[in-house]
Design a protein around this ligand. Structure first.
Ligand SMILES: O=C(O)c1cc(C(=O)O)oc(=O)c1
Length: 305
């Protein structure tokens, strides 16, 4: 049980998700998900911007099995700040079936980075979304990127599409693979060929080390309909954006549930229907094999790929 009071209006993750109709390829990876606490064991960070419901690794791994995934990539959630204890505990209990993306400060020791590596961390997350984190100076981030590069890790970045012009020079100077969360958060009311998304496509086209997660339709959708009550065609407004990335960069896209879906305001999706959404963004078996198996394995389990 948590000792924390949830942020008012907090939506808890969806209990009892449906079984996906889509048959996932063998060895599929949910490459973006989180654990929250439990707060009683792994307290939420004092500097957090929200207080979630608990979402334990046992619950995450039960969802993995229910949906038909083989593996998870667990991304440090901002409500835990740079205290990666809950993430590392989840990795330690995953039987090698989870890898992690941590958040670290400049003060992190080499010994701690090595400990995290041994437990399965393969990346760090730099977050530029102002409602989630306070600003970290770019020279600090660049120093961290240089250190983790030597371990063979990569950098995951989360930002709003409107901030990409300001962040462009920093992103393109990073020495590692750079994985963009949630397609760089496009405004899906704009055309897929419009200036905003074209800029993101150009980032990926000009920089072969940049990857994208084609995730979070439930977060990006404006017109819905939501993935609830058996809806067979949810989030139609997000589809062209995700599909464009899968078609253009089939070898540099990843997919994840984003469970337990922090900070959704409108509805909490049925994760089984979210998995079915993949059939729309990656219509061929070959695209799904790359998106769900080959690409995440190359990045997170290269020794087994
Ligand atoms: O948009 C968000 O609110 C969000 C938050 C977090 C986090 O708090 O780490 O992670 C995500 O992937 C998305």
């Amino acid at each position: 049980m948590s000792n924390f009071d949830k942020t008012p209006g907090w939506l808890d993750w969806y209990a009892g998700p449906s079984k996906p109709r889509l048959q996932l390829p063998a060895g599929a990876v949910d490459a973006h998900c989180h654990v929250f606490g439990p707060g009683g064991r792994f307290p939420y960070a004092p500097e957090r911007k929200y207080t979630p419901c608990d979402a334990s690794h046992e619950q995450l791994f039960a969802l993995r099995d229910h949906l038909g995934f083989a593996r998870n990539v667990i991304v440090q959630a901002t409500c835990h700040g740079a205290d990666n204890s809950a993430l590392l505990d989840a990795l330690a209990h995953s039987d090698g079936r989870a890898r992690g993306v941590a958040t670290v400060r400049r003060s992190v020791s080499d010994a701690e980075l090595e400990r995290m590596h041994a437990l399965g961390v393969r990346g760090v997350r730099f977050n530029f979304v102002r409602r989630l984190v306070d600003f970290t100076p770019k020279d600090e981030l660049m120093e961290i990127a240089g250190r983790i590069h030597r371990l063979g890790w990569h950098v995951v970045v989360y930002f709003e599409a409107a901030d990409l012009p300001d962040l462009w020079d920093f992103f393109t100077a990073l020495p590692t693979p750079v994985v963009v969360d949630h397609m760089g958060r496009p405004d899906v009311r704009q055309p897929v060929d419009g200036p905003e998304f074209s800029r993101f496509i150009r980032l990926m086209a000009e920089h072969p080390n940049v990857w994208s997660k084609v995730s979070c339709p439930e977060r990006l959708s404006v017109a819905g309909p939501p993935a609830l009550n058996g809806e067979a065609a949810p989030y139609r407004d997000v589809l062209p954006f995700a599909r464009r990335l899968v078609e253009t960069f089939p070898d540099r896209v990843l997919w994840g549930t984003d469970w337990p879906h922090p900070n959704l305001k409108d509805h909490m999706p049925d994760d089984g229907l979210l998995v079915d959404f993949i059939a729309g963004i990656a219509p061929t078996a070959q695209q799904r094999q790359a998106l769900l198996v080959t690409n995440p394995m190359r990045l997170y389990w290269p020794e087994a790929a």
